[in-house]
Design a protein around this ligand. Structure first.
Ligand SMILES: [Fe+2]
Length: 227
């Protein structure tokens, strides 16, 4: 575990399963993603894979059952804001220009708003976990993320989802490159423009410890889901 204020503590007071009204609201978001084939592939399937890795990371850093389940749910819906980003930008091969990049970057804030709005009025301690992951999964410990927060101010769930998200992005096929192997992705995450200081050290260590299972299954799963 990391020292002091950087500790990757599990969020307090979580129960599982979520109340029916929360599940119903999340099912509506899921249906919105499924209703569009490209978003289904680019957002929902990525979310499903990030969910699995986020829950496993939470378990690996010692979170309890309910917190692991909420970490999975947070991973599942972390990119929901992409539903409000123009599709041509999401699937554009190659580099984006500055204004296109700014539009794509908006998805973090848009996602936090979308989840807040979808769950407005519902009482559930897990809701802030989902909002934090959506809003801050692109923040980096060294401050080189989207720049809203850094270091210990990044909620622990967002630090876990950040690691799971980057891993999946690197190991998934893109229009302009094939997905990397798990070990190639780990090398990239430890090098600029990322670098080990970008990520929570406990989360990264947990990911490395999971290498045997992810190295076998992750790339195959990513390829199988890209129809
Ligand atoms: Fe994202």
């Amino acid at each position: 575990m990391g020292a002091g204020c950087m500790a990757l503590n599990e969020p307090d007071g979580l129960d599982w399963p979520p109340p029916p009204a929360v599940r119903a609201a999340l099912a509506l978001i899921d249906a919105r993603e499924r209703s569009n084939g490209v978003y289904d592939r680019e957002v929902r399937e990525h979310g499903v894979r990030v969910a699995r890795t986020s829950a496993s990371l939470a378990s690996a850093v010692g979170w309890g059952r309910a917190a692991c389940a909420w970490a999975g749910l947070a991973g599942r819906f972390h990119d929901v804001g992409k539903l409000d980003v123009p599709l041509d930008l999401l699937v554009k091969p190659g580099r984006l220009n500055a204004s296109e990049m700014a539009s794509v970057s908006d998805h973090a804030g848009l996602g936090a708003c979308a989840i807040t709005e979808a769950l407005r009025g519902l009482e559930c301690p897990g809701i802030p976990v989902l909002v934090d992951a959506a809003g801050m999964h692109h923040e980096r410990m060294d401050g080189r993320g989207y720049g809203r927060v850094e270091g210990a101010r990044i909620p622990p769930v967002a630090r876990l989802v950040a690691v799971a998200d980057v891993l999946d992005a690197l190991t998934s096929d893109r229009a302009y490159r094939a997905g990397m192997s798990f070990h190639e992705a780990m090398d990239v995450m430890a090098s600029p423009p990322f670098g080990r200081l970008a990520f929570d050290e406990d989360a990264l260590r947990a990911l490395e410890a999971m290498a045997p299972s992810l190295a076998v299954g992750h790339r195959d799963l990513a390829q199988a889901m890209h129809r």
